[in-house]
Design a binder for this molecule. Structure first.
Ligand code: HAM
Length: 424
């Protein structure tokens, strides 16, 4: 028996599940291309420093969730917990701004966080991420949100989603926002949980996000970041909202929404599903107008989001349009010589782009036909000893339940004709 099991929180995606995954990934790629986003593939691991500086030292991700190791050359490396910092690194390293002032990219792939596994929360999970770097225009916020909502609601038809929107200010007003929160929370420090007491001086904004009942009660009366925005941030936010209305994208304002990564400025958002239990965020993102500069580049605004694909797949409506069509050809044979002839035909069919299957377990003819049904092929080519002696095969249309004799050397051409006429 198996004595080495998979890692907890790192699930296998089995053959019966991969067609849903492919459908979601293909929808994502198609839509990103339509919006003018190009794919980028960064490595699965990076220097640890990238995430410490990018995501922020005091965040849960950096403090407790990174898979970090030292390799044989004494390099300190980390499996990527998210995709924004790597994209910004690649953007700067490859001088991407030199070719295009606004760089729009997307990525699909695994991320790693050592969180406590539970329904919808894994240690290896997959994100579709989108990043647009080089414009601070509210129109870009609106485009990114249109892409997100287009993907989840229009392409995938995930039901009952809520887009929650907030603005958490920028370098100008953030100090004031923090001061107000600090003053307020300091007055109620004894009612905060231990984590929040620690957050108080480091990052009081994060307290707004605490799920503990005691903290929630204190948070209910806390000053709202949105009410302390500077003029420029308030104007930006109001333009974003106006554009969302124009584009018919529904949202609710969530003035407590802060995100778990430090790089955010101005617009932040999450998409929530009521059907997912505790891990109800399908996607999250926002602006990061200070990140590129913090990583050593020139001051450059950016915005993006990431969608959790496991959560998306768990939310998909059971598809009524499952592919029930029959595809391809099964070659059923009796006897060694017929099998060899069958293999030759099969090779030719596959080379011509047709889905072709044959028995590899020396099953009886009956067993092979049963298998052909299970494999949902449209045609069966039956080659028995008698057929072989006559230089023929029986070609059966599994849908119409009709069959005909076809000379062996016409089988491939005949099938190509039939398959071609129905678009394979
Ligand atoms: P995030 O909110 O940390 O943002 O992750 C985005 C989404 O990834 C979450 O809403 C969730 O659906 C999924 N996710 C996160 N952690 C897990 C987990 N342990 N198991 C399953 N799914 C998970 C970011 O990662 C930012 N980089 C998004 C972004 C891009 N912001 C700007 N650009």
């Amino acid at each position: 028996m198996l004595n080495v099991r998979g890692v907890r929180g790192a699930p296998d995606i089995l053959p019966r599940e991969t067609s849903s995954w492919r459908r979601v990934e293909e929808a994502a790629r198609g839509l990103c291309l339509r919006y003018g986003y190009h794919e980028i593939r960064t490595p699965i691991f990076e220097r640890t420093e990238l995430f410490v500086r990018g995501i922020g030292e005091g965040t849960d991700i950096v403090e407790k969730e990174m898979y970090t190791f030292t390799d044989q050359g004494q390099e300190n490396l980390t499996l990527r917990p998210e995709g924004t910092a790597p994209v910004v690194r690649a953007y700067l390293e490859h001088h991407m701004a030199a070719q295009l002032p606004l760089v729009k990219v997307y990525y699909v792939g695994p991320m790693f966080r050592r969180e406590r596994p539970q329904g919808g929360r894994y240690r290896q999970f997959h994100q579709l991420g989108v990043e647009a770097i080089g414009s601070g225009q509210p129109a870009l916020d609106a485009e990114v949100l249109a892409l997100l909502s287009g993907f989840l609601q229009e392409e995938l038809r995930v039901p009952d989603l809520e887009l929650r929107l907030n603005s958490i200010g920028d370098a100008v007003c953030r100090p004031r926002i923090k001061d107000r929160l600090l003053a307020y929370f300091s007055g109620h420090a004894s009612r905060l949980c231990r984590d929040c007491q620690e957050r108080l001086h480091r990052n009081p904004l994060r307290i707004l996000d605490c799920k503990q009942d005691g903290c929630q009660r204190v948070v209910a009366e806390a000053p709202k970041p949105i009410e302390s925005l500077c003029e420029a941030c308030a104007a930006h936010f109001s333009e974003v909202r106006g554009l969302l209305d124009l584009l018919n994208i529904a949202y609710t304002i969530d003035d407590r929404l802060v995100r778990g990564l430090d790089y955010y400025t101005r617009t932040t958002f999450e998409v929530i599903s009521p059907h997912l239990g505790a891990q109800n965020a399908l996607a999250g993102g926002g602006r990061y107008d200070g990140l590129i500069e913090a990583m050593g580049g020139p001051p450059t605004p950016g915005i993006g989001f990431a969608v959790g694909l496991e959560r998306v797949i768990a939310s998909l409506p059971v598809s009524a349009e499952e592919d029930t069509a029959l595809h391809g050809v099964y070659i059923a044979t009796m006897g060694d010589e017929a099998h060899v002839t069958g293999m030759r035909l099969l090779q030719e069919l596959r080379r011509q782009g047709v889905r072709g299957l044959i028995d590899l377990e020396a099953r009886s003819l009956k067993g092979q036909l049963r298998q052909a049904n299970k494999d949902r092929v449209r045609y069966c080519v039956i080659i028995g000893e008698e057929e072989l002696a006559r230089g023929q095969a029986t070609l059966r249309d599994m849908e119409k339940a009709e069959q005909q004799a076809v000379p062996l050397d016409h089988v491939v051409a005949r099938l190509l004709e039939l398959e071609g006429s129905r678009g394979r």
